[in-house]
Design a protein around this ligand. Sequence first.
Ligand code: DOR
Ligand code: ZN
Length: 345
Amino acid sequence: MDSLTIPRPDDMHLHLRDGAALASVVAHTAATFARAVVMPNLKPPVTTTAQAVAYRDRILAALPAGTRFQPLMTLYLTDTTPPDEIARAVDSGVVHAVKLYPAGATTHADAGVQHLDALDATIDAMARAGMPLLVHGEVTDGEVDIFDREAVFLERFAAPLLARHPSLKLVIEHMTTAQAVAFVRAGGPRVAGTITPQHLLLNRNAIFAGGLRPHHYCLPVLKRETHRQALVGAAVSGEPCFFLGTDSAPHARDAKEAACGCAGCYTAPHALALYAEVFDQQGALDRLADFASGFGADFYGLPRATDAVTLVREPAPVPEAFPFAGGEVVPLRAGGTVGWRVVDG
Ligand code: DOR
Ligand code: ZN
């Protein structure tokens, strides 16, 4: 198969930032994707429906003329998010999910949740409305080894949460372990998981290949090869609970190449080609359409896209960097090539 046409995909986990950074990156996603679930970890975070509506307007204003890209907005859950805010979010028609960052887990997560147990009324409002809770599934307990933080979160927090809220829709974002794959599979149709290109293509050796590689550092951090293989198996399985979410997370080059570098891989410009490489290696290109363009929309109760993009098997160079808010951002595979070119989109 040297060319593949699929419905225009959706990115169910994306960081677009704000201001000049937003203006630098949004066109990369909009060129290929129909919609994206936009993360709310701005500074200050997007905690209210009114803020989400205003942020959506800024995203739409930053799009190149004529683009039909639709941002799907999320709220940032805090210890004080009231059930009323969920009602406003549902009524708005533009907020599609709520994101749980355990306090301190990652970029701009300091305002995140410290006491999940105390949020049952708010989470119950989400369950009743069918609004998914998206989780950054890592404990922040410094005593837990960083490579175990996802598996421990699933046991300590995600499993009890599902038991307390039997109809809550839950997404384990950017899954990185075999334990997450098993957890999502066991959770039935109300639990899903997104998978990033970097967690499909790289294992943790990539962070240390010949020296420290800050552009391979993201959170949850890359895991060992057996986990990467479990994720690849999940992605190409054809099971509707696994779908595309890039977690494309741009940071300026100097914020990554630093004594204490930021977490995040920038994949938006070549994301679909990177996924196509994985599905091709597995002889599963026929399953890319559902993973990239079908299952995410289905889970969120949205119509599938009606227009299409075509991938052509042809090497495409990846630039060393892209302009980013007066500086530059280094994409995954910078200076290399990807094996597919998106010709329509
Ligand atoms: O690597 C990451 N970068 N993981 C996250 O959870 C957040 C993201 C960001 O916003 O930079
Ligand atoms: Zn993210």
